[in-house]
Design a protein around this ligand. Sequence first.
Ligand SMILES: Nc1ncnc2c1ncn2[C@@H]1O[C@H](COP(=O)(O)OP(=O)(O)O)[C@@H](O)[C@H]1O
Ligand SMILES: O=C(O)c1ccc[n+]([C@@H]2O[C@H](COP(=O)([O-])O)[C@@H](O)[C@H]2O)c1
Length: 204
Amino acid sequence: MRKLIIGIGGITNGGKSTLARSLHEHIVNSYIIAQDTFFKDDSLVAVDSRGFKQYDVLDALNMDKMMSEVQTWQKDPVSFLASHGQRTQSSRVSETPEDMYVLIIEGFLIYNYRPFNEIIDKKYFLHIPYDICKARRCSRTYNPPDPSGYFDGHVWPMYLKNRKEMEDTVSDLVFLDGIQTRDQLFSIVYEDIKMEMQRLTGND
Ligand SMILES: Nc1ncnc2c1ncn2[C@@H]1O[C@H](COP(=O)(O)OP(=O)(O)O)[C@@H](O)[C@H]1O
Ligand SMILES: O=C(O)c1ccc[n+]([C@@H]2O[C@H](COP(=O)([O-])O)[C@@H](O)[C@H]2O)c1
């Protein structure tokens, strides 16, 4: 059995979930673990002096729980898939090598969590400019919804801070320009992953 862990990180609304889903659809026996399903309950998230909930920090997330899910996959991907309602498929008619299991870890702060940096084999990071990010963010409704001024008062400054911290500690990132089309982004990353899967297969 061969295992490959891919990270799809990046800015809020950069297209992470969209890209992760396309990869999952094309890679047989892959699975997505998404960071935004690990937010703590709203009552546990800190609030600053302006009343802004501090959602864009690692403390707002149950990272131990997320790591434990990843470790369960690492121990036994076949049982993991079965227990998550996903039947193992044959790779015969696909471009995925036989007996290859791929985990896609997706989220806006995955590379700010050190334990992930040690286990993610291929680290992609999507970024888009401020104005596009703000426009996309404003057309999406979170739960709880962003209060007025939240993007400029919390989301963007925290993005800059988290990104700097990440760039100071992580060296093997592949930056992706998120203003490309969905198809372009998918094919760049998929081709790269196919090469990595072939490399792993060739090393046997
Ligand atoms: N390459 C792209 N070009 C234009 N819009 C995109 C692209 N990728 C995603 N989107 C749109 O941007 C918004 C955020 O995408 P999503 O994948 O949910 O981002 P994220 O998971 O990074 O927050 C959605 O409305 C989505 O349809
Ligand atoms: O999902 C939630 O429970 C949630 C609640 C409040 C806010 N969020 C926002 O989710 C953002 C990260 O997710 P994403 O998909 O935009 O990268 C982050 O910028 C948070 O401000 C997410």
